[in-house]
Design a protein around this ligand. Structure first.
Ligand code: PEP
Ligand code: MN
Length: 333
């Protein structure tokens, strides 16, 4: 349920209303927008008398929100959420380039890539330390050492780091990580999501291989319901019958999500296509359809990569993609 307040409502009136609603067992979200204040109510709102609420002097209108996701719902928070990651702002009109190798392979590798992508305009460094691999015989990541090398690259370049968590028991290793990624395979690992909801870390939540947008938003809701509202959504392609590409990039997810939620939405054209030559056209299309950023795999030597070489760009190719994306953004502005 949401209540839109009349303009001119003062802080004391808002406080009284909030206390009254909280006393009825509800969680209250206040969104102070440019033009209006929206009070979002989460919990068992069936006990609330909507007519009584709308009759209050300060209340303009009351609406029941039918979607099962509440905190993530744009109706609760009409303005875009802006998530701060170091000096970067994600959402609300800024555009972020997150780039780096699929897996951290060595300190030299990740530091070298970090310097190149930074020079090309990347705003964050990605790299997997714990890798979700289809085969248990494939490289599983450097684990704690991988995180240490990412931190080394951050020290050199100042780029915030993004890396994936697969097990809530590993959380203590992620203390210095700037953005914790939840990969496609764990999008519905609800115990992991609940645990991340108890932190205040920005979470990059990737859409599952075969999940609907509603399911993605419900997973974001798990994190937000725990008190962590710093969620960035990522479209990374879904499973279809197509075999030329690794996944099918669902770009309509971007404008659809932007309508449904106030959370930032980025696109990963690398995992979406699995083919390096498709990364540039899909990156341009993602920028054109309103994404708040891109996550792109970049490797110093894709042919020798321990993971996802076929979809990885060289630093030179990333530089070309980043400048082409900037031209699209400039043309749209
Ligand atoms: C990744 O970003 O490294 C990754 C494994 O992606 P996804 O979870 O989208 O497959
Ligand atoms: Mn990868």
């Amino acid at each position: 349920m949401i209540a839109i307040l009349k303009s001119g409502t003062n802080a004391e009136q808002l406080e009284n209303l909030t206390e009254w609603l909280k006393a009825q067992g509800l969680t209250v979200h206040i969104s102070n927008g440019k033009f209006q204040t929206v009070v979002g109510l989460v919990g068992d709102t069936s006990k609330i008398d909507a007519d009584l609420l709308s009759s209050l002097e300060i209340v303009e209108s009351v609406t029941r929100v039918s979607e099962p996701f509440k905190s993530a719902n744009r109706k609760f928070h009409p303005d875009d959420s802006v998530i701060s990651v170091g000096d970067c702002k994600v959402g609300g009109g800024s555009f972020n380039f997150i780039a780096g190798p699929c897996s951290v392979e060595s300190k030299e590798q990740v530091c070298g890539i970090a310097e190149s992508i930074k020079a090309s305009g990347a705003t964050m460094l990605r790299g997997g330390a714990f890798k979700p691999r289809t085969s248990p015989y494939d490289f599983q990541g450097l684990k704690a050492d991988g995180i240490e090398y990412l931190l080394e690259a951050k020290k050199i370049t100042g780029l915030p780091i993004v890396t994936e968590i697969m097990n809530a028991n590993h959380l203590s290793m992620f203390e210095a990580v700037d953005v914790i990624q939840v990969g496609a395979r764990n999008m519905q690992n609800f115990e992991l999501l609940k645990e991340l909801g108890r932190t205040n870390k920005p979470i990059l939540l990737k859409r599952g291989l075969a999940n609907t947008l509603k399911e993605l938003l419900m997973s974001a809701e798990y994190i937000m319901a725990g008190g962590n509202e710093n969620v960035i959504l990522c479209e990374r392609g879904i499973r279809t019958f197509e075999t030329y590409t690794r996944n099918t990039l669902d770009l309509s997810a971007v404008p659809m999500l932007k309508e449904l939620t106030h959370l930032p939405v980025i696109v990963d054209p690398s995992h979406a296509t699995g083919v390096s030559k498709l990364v540039k056209p899909m990156a341009l299309a993602a920028a054109a359809c309103g994404a708040d950023g891109l996550m792109i795999e970049v490797h110093n030597n894709p042919r020798q990569a321990l993971c996802d070489g076929a979809q990885s760009l060289t630093p030179e190719q990333f530089d070309d993609v980043a400048s082409a994306v900037k031209r699209v953004l400039a043309a749209l502005s």
